[in-house]
Design a protein around this ligand. Structure first.
Ligand SMILES: Nc1ncnc2c1ncn2[C@@H]1O[C@H](COP(=O)(O)OP(=O)(O)OP(=O)(O)O)[C@@H](O)[C@H]1O
Ligand SMILES: O=P(O)(O)O[C@@H]1[C@H](O)[C@H](O)[C@@H](OP(=O)(O)O)[C@H](OP(=O)(O)O)[C@H]1O
Length: 308
């Protein structure tokens, strides 16, 4: 994720610097309120469908394709346009981050990844089997499964990938978050307990409820397995706050005869992704954060009155 790449720099964050960070990965600078993301057929197809779906207000506007040099790019609305020193949180949604297809491929053709072995070694060498140690490699699917079960993905249906604060500092140390209480703590940190960002009519809580309604009625959502997609939370000092669905590179249509529920646990073959399990967890945690922030505000008013 970009937020991870942004770790490379810890200076105050301007829009230019933010977009520059994109160019380290799959993104390129662009003019006129757009960002360019490296083309993938799956993502372009999803964005095409989303532009005529009920989810359109929750997705960056898609302006088609453009070629720059040797590469083709997807033109997307820049979600940070108009924000000064934005604060950003990327939550990867769903109870798993690998497609069923990746699982099948891993069983039949096991390409080993030494980078993923090294990442596991660094965090928990005991999680690796003797065979994996001997090979010094793991399949991507094995790594993604390990990431899912050791983060809140499997249990809560989402995980926080990263948070970037207004000074450009980036936190990615959310791997150990497993419970709703820990998510609540992270949300209070991310919003600095500001109630206008958490709960006002144009803030995170109401936006998530509106998204939940739209998802229930969306044809796109009923007919797609949504894997590795994120909810991007963005606000700035003026308390403008919004949540967007992004990253459809691993989102695929299900066969015409089936529809997904998104709110039940995954069993192989079902293609269920648990997206709504994650959204429910997020809304619950946000409600808890609102309660805590309200108590904090009452407490500080009480202290001020007693000093006066
Ligand atoms: N339309 C947009 N406007 C502004 N920023 C965006 C936009 N889309 C994505 N980003 C930023 O870029 C980051 C990466 O986006 P995205 O997940 O789509 O890319 P990716 O290359 O598929 O990531 P990964 O492969 O690591 O999952 C997001 O966390 C977000 O901060
Ligand atoms: O969580 P980490 O440690 O950052 O690991 C990455 C993360 O799991 C991404 O979801 C995955 O990309 P996809 O979901 O797009 O497959 C990427 O695979 P990659 O290295 O093959 O891009 C991993 O390296």
């Amino acid at each position: 994720q970009l937020i991870g790449r942004a770790c490379l720099r810890q200076k105050p964050c301007s829009k230019e610097m933010f977009l520059e960070m994109h160019s380290l990965g799959n993104f390129q600078l662009s003019e006129g309120g757009e960002v360019l993301k490296l083309y993938s057929e799956e993502e372009a197809k999803c964005l095409d469908s989303l532009m005529t779906d009920l989810l359109r207000p929750f997705v960056p506007q898609y302006h088609g394709l453009v070629t720059r040099g040797e590469h083709c790019y997807i033109r997307l609305e820049d979600l940070l346009s108009g924000l000064r020193r934005p604060v950003i949180m990327d939550c990867k949604m769903g109870v798993r981050t690998y497609q069923e297809e990746e699982l099948i491929t891993a069983r039949t053709k096991s390409t080993l990844r030494s980078d993923m072995y090294q990442k596991m070694m660094k965090i928990d060498p005991t999680a690796l089997s003797a065979e994996e140690h001997a090979q010094k490699g793991v399949t991507k699917c094995r790594y993604l499964q390990w990431r899912d079960t050791t983060s809140s993905t499997s249990m809560l249906g989402f995980r926080i990938e990263g948070i970037m604060m207004e000074d450009g500092s980036v936190q990615r140390d959310f791997r150990k978050i497993l419970t709703l209480a820990q998510v609540t703590e992270a949300l209070l940190y991310f919003t600095r307990s500001q109630l206008d960002i958490l709960v006002s009519s144009k803030a995170y809580h109401s936006r998530l409820l509106a998204l939940s309604d739209a998802l229930k009625n969306s044809l796109f959502f009923r007919t797609h397995e949504v894997i590795g997609s994120s909810l991007l939370f963005v606000h700035d000092h003026s308390s403008k706050a919004n949540v967007w669905m992004i990253d459809f590179g691993k989102t695929t249509p299900v066969p015409a005869t089936s529809e997904l529920r998104h709110n039940i646990p995954w069993a192989e073959g079902s293609r269920e992704d648990g997206y709504l399990i994650g959204l429910t967890s997020l809304i619950t945690s946000l409600s808890q954060a609102i309660s805590v922030a309200s108590w904090q505000q009452e407490d500080s008013c009480g202290e001020e009155n007693s000093v006066a």
